[in-house]
Design a binder for this molecule. Structure first.
Ligand code: CU
Length: 130
């Protein structure tokens, strides 16, 4: 009697341990968390609004934006590191934009405006104004 109860207890502990081991690698992964947040199963990645550029993962998104003359474009730094929005020709320069910081510039004249990040010169983007 005494012995069998102890044996049953060990089975329960073993079972719980197995559950824990099996659930651990999948249960806490980021992918699963994102899937759980969207009913369709396919994560709906948030994206920049109209006339908006996100600086995310050290890239400008979108890296090419087309607008009509008179449009103000707003850049938002979604990264934890400082970036800049710096015109290749010196027309505009945000200076350092910290995490969640923004910079806006109004484009009044048609043309193609190339820009880059002064901190990370390989980060480039363009604004096409029609
Ligand atoms: Cu940068």
């Amino acid at each position: 009697m005494k012995k069998s109860r102890r044996f049953r207890g060990r089975i329960i502990i073993g079972y719980l341990f197995l559950l824990l081991v099996l659930s651990f690698p999948n249960g806490c992964s980021k992918d699963n968390m994102e899937e759980m947040n969207t009913p369709s199963g396919k994560p709906d990645a948030p994206k920049p609004g109209i006339n908006e550029v996100w600086i995310q993962g050290s890239v400008f998104n979108p890296d090419k934006i087309t607008v009509t003359a008179g449009t103000t474009i707003t850049w938002t730094n979604k990264d934890g590191v400082v970036h800049t929005v710096t015109s290749d020709t010196g027309l505009f320069d945000s200076g350092n934009i910290g995490a969640n910081g923004t910079f806006s510039h109004k484009f009044s004249t048609a043309g193609t405006y190339l820009y880059h990040c002064a901190v990370h010169p390989t980060m480039t983007g363009s604004v096409v104004v029609n």
